[in-house]
Ligand binder design. Structure first.
Ligand code: TYD
Ligand code: MG
Length: 456
């Protein structure tokens, strides 16, 4: 009888245990353990092995190591290059995560097709070569050197990489590839971990850059990206609202650069287009002033942009008021509403509050607190905010207005888009630089905000 070796793995963090557990001792999640076969003792020898394919490495004297590898690769896509910190580092392993249908395959195929001077290999475990060709024809084929390879067996993929010597390899997706070294099914924790570790070793020893695509659901339940986060060099997250055309590429981890950069894209019929000027799409021009609308100067990353916030405050029909925020943290919104209740005396406890950011954007910038509160105040009093006013500031629990990071850039962006006034924290340095044509309105606490929003 063949001896089967099994173990239990946490689908959330990859923790391994000999028996089933209700709660993961590593990440604290409940009900995430699944049983997986790791090895069958008597199973036939794998048809292909990695020994012999994987290059061997030897220790080197530090003086003999050349730094030419530090040169970054231009991927032919300005937004992706910027999020990576100025191009891709050779030999890096990048994880591109996102919900199904968000556009990960489109973006990565577009990278493979646009990187003109590079040899790219696009490995797909999800689509046939014909399907990929159809998609490529829609996007536009710029790089004739792009190789398409529908395959799911890791050993074959590594063999092809060794034979073809591509500069960039894209694996779409890690959940569909498997290695014969492990018995469990593709997409299981042990498969994902083993495949990623092999690819990492390969990328580091040969200098080939590898982009791995990983599906992640809203609550992150599908095994994969979470487990891979510590293995890879760079984690990029592709996010957006499926019902909207705008997508954000966010750097979450980057061993070679900063992580606060974002790239903005628009999903069109012919693929994703970079949005160089996010402010222009995130602001709506209304015929007449409306209440409940405020404009915030955001700075997610080094590039500032202006974004519209909409709030609707209404009497709660039932005992418990409804609070919903789209694109903004609901807990943070509740905190801000509590501050309004306590410091401004607004009766928020009887009110339903709905909050929405333009373009289906998700924002995590505390500098937008002031804009959120401004929209709520405007809707509460049903009074439009003065034309040409925007806000940038963080709100503390005692209602104090704190300076938002990189306020100078936010002010310049607001001025560039023709705003006449910007409401900021009174605690900013007095000598802050500002362009002509925009006035700073400084407030120290949130109770001064209504006056700044409504009085000429
Ligand atoms: P896809 O890249 O397949 O998503 P993922 O790999 O993240 O699962 O893209 C999915 C959506 O993108 C699909 O619903 C159709 C849309 N799309 C366009 O709108 N325009 C295009 O040119 C392409 C290729 C896709
Ligand atoms: Mg896909």
């Amino acid at each position: 009888m063949a001896k089967v070796k099994k173990a239990f793995f946490c689908r959330s963090c990859g923790f391994e245990a000999p028996k089933w557990l209700g709660k993961c001792p590593s990440c604290g999640e409940w009900n995430t353990f699944t049983e997986e076969i790791i090895a069958k003792e008597s199973s036939s020898t794998p048809s292909v092995t990695l020994a012999g394919i994987m290059p061997a490495v030897k220790p080197l004297k530090i003086g003999d190591i050349h730094e030419e590898n530090r040169k970054r690769i231009d991927l032919g896509n300005s937004e992706v290059n910027r999020v990576l910190g100025g191009g891709m580092v050779p030999g890096s392993l990048i994880l591109l995560g996102g919900e199904p249908g968000i556009g990960k395959s489109t973006l990565s195929l577009q990278i493979a097709l646009a990187a003109n001077s590079l040899k790219t290999l696009y490995v797909s475990g999800e689509e046939s070569a014909e399907q990929i060709k159809m998609r490529a024809a829609r996007i536009g084929i710029g790089n004739e050197e792009c190789l398409i390879y529908p395959e799911t067996l890791l050993e074959n993929i590594v063999r092809q990489i060794t034979e073809q010597h591509p500069d960039v390899v894209i694996i779409d997706s890690i959940q569909t590839i498997f290695t014969e070294m492990i018995e469990s099914a593709a997409g299981s924790v042990s498969q994902i971990r083993e495949c990623a570790a092999t690819l990492l070793k390969y990328a580091k020893t040969t200098g080939t850059s590898i982009i791995i695509i990983g599906h992640i659901t809203k609550d992150g339940t599908i095994a994969g990206p979470k487990i891979l986060e510590h293995i890879v060099d760079v984690v990029l997250q592709f996010e957006g609202d499926n019902n909207n055309i705008y997508r954000i590429l966010r750097g979450i981890k980057n061993r070679f650069g900063a992580t606060f950069e974002i790239g903005v894209f628009e999903m069109l019929d012919n693929g994703l287009r970079s949005v160089d000027n996010p402010s222009e799409i995130l602001l709506t021009h209304y015929e007449e002033p409306l209440s409940g609308i405020a404009v915030g100067a955001a700075a997610d990353g080094v590039r500032p942009y202006l974004i519209e916030v909409q709030a609707l405050v209404g009497g709660a029909a039932y005992g418990t008021p409804q609070r919903t925020a789209t694109g903004f943290d609901t807990r943070r919104m509740n905190m801000l509403l509590a501050v309004l209740e306590k410091r401004v005396g607004m009766k928020m406890f009887q009110k339903d509050v709905f909050l929405n950011f333009a373009g289906g954007f998700k924002v995590a910038d505390p500098g937008l607190d002031l804009a959120v509160v401004a929209a709520v105040i405007s809707s509460y009093y049903d009074r439009p905010i003065l034309d040409g006013v925007c806000c940038a500031g963080e709100i503390g629990l005692s209602g104090e207005i704190r300076p938002a990071p990189r306020t100078e850039q936010r002010i310049s962006e607001a001025a560039r888009l023709g705003f006449k006034r910007i409401i900021v924290s009174g605690y900013l340095p007095k000598d802050i630089k500002k362009p002509k044509g925009i006035a700073l309105i400084t407030i120290n606490s949130v109770d001064q905000l209504p006056k700044a929003l409504f009085m000429e």
